[in-house]
Design a protein around this ligand. Structure first.
Ligand code: ATP
Ligand code: MG
Length: 374
C-alpha cells in the first residue's frame, strides 16, 4: 500500500499541511525541533489510531487549538481509501472516517499500516521485557483484530483477578469465583500465546534471513518465546490452557502473598540470540542495531505474508546511523516495493542512494520540496 497524499490540521507544530508523497522514497531533512518526528507520528496516528509517542492525545493538538486531524489518501491492492482521523481535545472524542463515513477504529486501522523504526527501538534488544511484548503484540494486532480483542479482554481479566487476590490478601483462595477467573485467564492466555508462537516462528525465520545478509553470513540470529510455562514451540490451545492452569496451581501461594497474577502472557518475553548467545546480555551497539533492523525488515515481510501487500516504512532518525553497507542492503530490499519515509538532520549523511525519490525540507511546521532524485 502507498499513501498518495497527507493532510494535517492543528497537528503539533503543523497548522495546515498538504503533502503529496513520493510513491517510492521520501526523505525529510531539517534541523532539530522542526517537525520531522511529528510528521511520522501523524502517519502512525492514521495507521494505528494512536500515537507512538504519547498516551495523552491532547498533546498532539496544536497549542491553543481544540482539535487535530490527520487525513490521507491510501492506494492499496483493492482500490483507494480516503482516511481521516480527528481528535477533539475538549470532548476527548476521536472520530474515524473512511471514504466520508464515520466508522469504527478497526475499520480505519485496517486500511493503512506502517512499520516504524525509531531510535527507541534500539532498546528492543536490551530493554525491559514489556518492550519486546509490545513489539510482538503490535505486530500481530496489525494483522489480526481478533488478537487485539483477546489482548484487551485479557488485560481486563488480569486486572479483575488481581483485585480479587488483593481483597483476600495473604490468604490462599479456593473460591468458585477465583476458579472462574482462572479458567478465563487460561483460555485467553491460550489464544494469545498460540498466536504469539506462530508469529514468532514466522518473524524469526524472516529476520534470520535478513540478518544473515546484513552480517555477511557470519552471525546467526534466533528468535524464540520465553515463558516459564512448560509448552512446546508448536503447542496448541489445549496444551497451553493446561499449562497455564498448572502454572496457576503451582503459584497459588506466591499469588496470595503478592496479590498479583504471576502466570500468563503478560509475564512472558522474547529471547533474541546471536550464535546461540543471549543478545540482551552481550550484543554490541552495532549488533543491536543490526538485530533491530532485521526485525523491522521481517515485520514488512510478515505483514505482506498475512495481508498480501507491504505496509509503508517509517524511519525516524536512524537511517543515517546505519553504515554504508547496511544502507545499501536496506535500499536494495525496499526500493520500488515499499513506500518509505526517512527523516534526518543532514542530507549528506543519507548517502547517495541512487533510487528514485523526493527530498523535502522541514522547517517550523512547513514542508517544501528540496530536490528531486537522490
Ligand atoms: N502540541 C503542540 N503544538 C505546537 N507545537 C508542538 C506541539 N507538540 C510539539 N510541538 C513542537 O514540535 C517540536 C518537536 O518537533 P519534532 O519532534 O517533530 O522535531 P524533529 O524535527 O523531529 O526534531 P529532532 O531532529 O530533534 O528529532 C517541539 O519542539 C515543539 O516546538
Ligand atoms: Mg525527531
Amino acid at each position: 500500500m502507498k499513501i498518495e497524499s497527507v493532510e494535517l490540521r492543528n497537528f503539533r507544530n503543523y497548522k495546515a499541511l498538504e503533502l503529496k508523497a513520493d510513491s517510492n522514497l521520501n526523505v525529510f531533512v531539517g534541523a532539530n525541533a522542526q517537525g520531522k518526528t511529528n510528521l511520522l507520528e501523524a502517519l502512525t496516528f492514521l495507521a494505528a489510531g494512536k500515537s507512538f509517542r504519547t498516551r495523552s492525545e491532547t498533546e498532539m493538538v496544536q497549542w491553543g487549538e481544540s482539535f487535530c486531524t490527520v487525513a490521507g489518501k491510501v492506494i492499496h491492492q483493492h482500490g483507494d481509501s480516503k482516511l481521516k482521523i480527528s481528535y477533539n481535545a475538549q470532548t476527548k472524542h476521536k472520530s474515524y472516517i473512511v471514504n466520508g463515513k464515520e466508522q469504527s477504529k478497526s475499520a480505519l486501522v485496517r486500511k493503512f499500516a506502517a512499520v516504524l523504526f525509531t531510535p527507541e527501538d534500539l532498546e528492543l534488544v536490551k530493554g525491559a521485557p514489556f518492550l519486546r511484548r509490545r513489539f510482538i503484540d503490535e505486530e500481530i494486532c496489525k494483522v489480526s483484530p481478533q488478537y487485539e480483542y483477546s489482548l484487551a479482554r485479557y488485560q481486563q481479566v488480569v486486572r479483575q483477578r488481581n483485585q480479587l487476590l488483593r481483597t483476600y490478601r495473604q490468604k490462599i483462595i479456593d473460591s468458585d469465583e477465583l476458579a472462574g477467573w482462572n479458567e478465563q485467564l487460561a483460555k485467553l492466555s491460550a489464544a494469545i500465546i498460540k498466536k504469539r508462537l506462530a508469529a514468532i516462528h514466522r518473524l524469526g525465520l524472516l529476520a534470520r534471513l535478513v540478518h544473515r545478509k546484513l552480517t555477511g553470513r557470519e552471525e546467526s540470529f534466533e528468535l524464540s518465546y520465553r515463558t516459564p510455562l512448560t509448552i512446546g514451540e508448536e503447542a496448541g490451545e489445549e496444551e497451553i490452557f493446561s499449562a497455564v492452569m498448572a502454572g496457576l496451581a503451582q503459584n497459588k501461594e506466591n499469588e496470595a502473598r503478592q496479590g498479583q497474577t504471576l502466570v500468563g502472557p503478560h509475564r512472558d518475553d522474547l529471547a533474541l540470540r546471536i550464535n546461540g548467545r543471549e543478545a540482551r546480555h552481550f550484543a554490541s551497539q552495532g549488533q543491536q542495531r543490526t538485530l533491530v533492523l532485521a526485525l523491522k525488515m521481517a515485520e514488512l515481510e510478515f505483514f505482506k505474508g498475512e495481508r498480501g501487500e507491504f505496509p509503508v516504512l517509517l524511519f525516524d532518525d536512524v537511517f543515517s546511523e546505519l553504515d554504508e553497507r547496511r544502507r545499501r542492503l536496506l535500499v536494495e530490499a525496499i526500493d520500488g516495493r515499499v513506500q518509505t519515509f526517512i527523516t534526518g538532520t543532514e542530507v549528506e549523511k543519507m548517502g547517495r542512494l541512487r533510487v528514485s525519490g523526493t527530498v523535502f525540507s522541514v522547517a517550523d511546521g512547513e514542508v517544501k520540496k528540496f530536490e528531486e532524485g537522490i
